[in-house]
Design a protein around this ligand. Sequence first.
Ligand code: FUB
Length: 456
Amino acid sequence: MKQKLATIIAATLLCGTANSQNPIIQTKFTADPAPMVYKDTVFLYTSHDEDDAPPGQGRFLMRDWLCYTSTDMVNWTDHGPVASLRNFKWADKAITGWGGFDNGAWAPQTIERDGKFYLYCPVQGRGIGVLVADNPRGPFVDPLGHPLIGDKYDSIDPTVFIDDDGQAYLYWGNPNLWYVKLNKDMISLAGPIIKDSSFAKIKDQKDPFHYQEGPWAYKRNGKYYMAYASTCCPEGIGYAMSNSPAGPWEFKGYIMKPNGKSTGNHPGIIDYKGKSYVFGFNFRINFMLTEKHHERRSVCVEEFSYNPDGTIPELPWWREEGIRQIGTLDPYKLTEAETIAWSAGLKTNKDSSTGNVYVTDINNGDYLIIKGADLKKGPASFKARVAPKAGGNIEIRLDSLQGQLLGTCRIDKGFPPQWINVKSKLARQKGVHDIVLVFKGGEGELFDFDWWQMIN
Ligand code: FUB
């Protein structure tokens, strides 16, 4: 199934979409984006729709939470799953095997406090848990051994923020919005659980103010924001503002109107390197594969500027061409193969013993694009770490699938696959270009791909 899906994606995405960026992840189905800026990097946590989610609305197959990073907003590095239902021993039905309770790992959010990372995870039907790690990429552990929020409070879709006075707030819920203060340890409650009254007033699901789910809380320039999936169905992204984290909330409008290209939605909003971004998702890749609705979503991003009064302009539906890159990528540094702006036909895998993530399911005609690499005076050669299978070639091209061929890296057949370094000469070319790596070969999987680097 996995192989077949990759091949179909390659065939459909090859049709003139090489300049796309949205959705920003193509190697897996991702949803419920929760971006976190930490130091100079955006950490994007997502939920994960499995490839074999059956047809039909609401038939989710969600077992783990994924993490991606970027420093330029267009090239995203895949760190694989950082936590799963198996992290929560109390989610007993979830850990008896993936069968029977596969639809639990819903919309998460991570926040940093005093050098520790807290990942709030809904286990649908069981409550909201919290995991802690010393590193944003994990490993995450459950410090409590029980849910932080029990299952009686519409307990999905947590969002968390820390106010300027150090008080942390956790919000969540569908169909109601609930909130509670957290203690400084971020894993215990500092007050009663409260149902928010502003959102509860709007009962009509077609009312643009109607709170559905997927809240995203933050503070900016002294104002409190609550973005959320609004109206049903489809869901758009609406937002409200307040002078207090406890409301009352005033509805401000749509950030994005509902669109039939998606049933659900889930905002994630950040400021990064002087720009503002909203994340959400669409079903573009699912509907490239089939006319049938499967719960197989894909995370998208759009850039925006706040109005002078702090309100957010209404944005068009996710544009396929995506957003502008911040800065350039240095191709003389080792670049993980799973650092990708756009790809076709590829999957990624995480070695469970080493934690190494690599690109796999590479077949003839598959490709990946890295945006905006600064070649400077021009590289002389290309080095890559690969594990050969049937063997094949990596064509190193500039700017498009048919762009200038700088070189071809040959990879001989090898069984069983073992990691080796391969190298090829490059025609020197200067300046800033997109790097397009096109995989060519015969039948079957050609090789796995760990990293690449250009050499002067
Ligand atoms: O992604 C699973 C669930 O679907 C989310 O937690 C909800 O917001 C809805 O989008």
